[in-house]
Design a protein around this ligand. Sequence first.
Ligand SMILES: Cc1cc2nc3c(=O)[nH]c(=O)nc-3n(C[C@H](O)[C@H](O)[C@H](O)COP(=O)(O)O)c2cc1C
Length: 302
Amino acid sequence: MIWASGWKLASAVSNAGGLGIIGAGSMYPDVLREHIQKCKAATAMPFAVNLPLLYPDIDQLIQIIIEEKVPIVFTSAGNPKTWTATLKENGITVVHVVSSSKFAKKSEEAGCDAVVAEGFEAGGHNGREETTTMVLIPAVVTSVNIPVIAAGGIATGSQMAAAFALGAEGVQVGSRFVASEEASSHINFKHAVIATTEGDTVLTMKQLTPVRLIKNQFYQQVSAAEQRCATPEELKQILGRARAKKGMFEGELEEGELEIGQVSALLKEILPAATIVADMWSEFRETCERMGGLFLPRQAGT
Ligand SMILES: Cc1cc2nc3c(=O)[nH]c(=O)nc-3n(C[C@H](O)[C@H](O)[C@H](O)COP(=O)(O)O)c2cc1C
């Protein structure tokens, strides 16, 4: 996640038993290399890098990922055909993020090992079609033969169990980790996240690149422009440069862009990443037990 998941968060998640992901989308190439090296020093467990494919320095970032022997790459925002073969030739597992069955099929055709199916609830950039996680996951699961990782609106163990019930084989959790101690997001943003209630986020800027964010003054400007049918160029001007950095990294809560998912309404505390992972696991187990042992690993001899 841009402006949230650097080496500290990624290594903390991996050390806790999840797969930590470094968000390369807000990093210059030399910064990404530094984060990968620090992550390797902080964890012996596997971790991944998320790479938005429309990034201007994409070829340099890919080179660094290969040189640093990152084992898993999550690609997003772009055509999976462009880089999947190169990454796989270098022994890297490739997972592409999609918001529809159509793009899940394209990812499978491009040779991806798995897809993240990300529903309408999710924070950050998202699909235009507004397909919710509840509908998207079974649709994608029946469309492809590769594993499906569910994303969008998952922050608790019971939500994780629901995703498994829909056929997912893993979950990608974003917003919950923005409000973690190790996230590089500004503390003002973390506090804004845990203060949100239902209805405080919205999927906007569908004419440019749709993004779910908190309804602050920046959003009001975007919304007013959209209501007077502003052109994409006008919207780009409002967006200006570095609005996301201003909001999420520098903590400017009204002038900045604050990307977060609907699930922020359920978050009440900023916690260490290890506590978040442990809480999710124990609630997942409790939920499965309540539902008659569904998804729990079988004990030997049973
Ligand atoms: C602040 C923020 C930044 C994000 N940045 C990226 C990104 O750079 N690349 C990407 O593929 N997804 C990004 N996402 C989406 C997450 O990876 C994840 O799929 C999503 O947050 C899951 O939904 P949830 O927010 O309901 O947990 C971002 C999400 C947030 C909240």
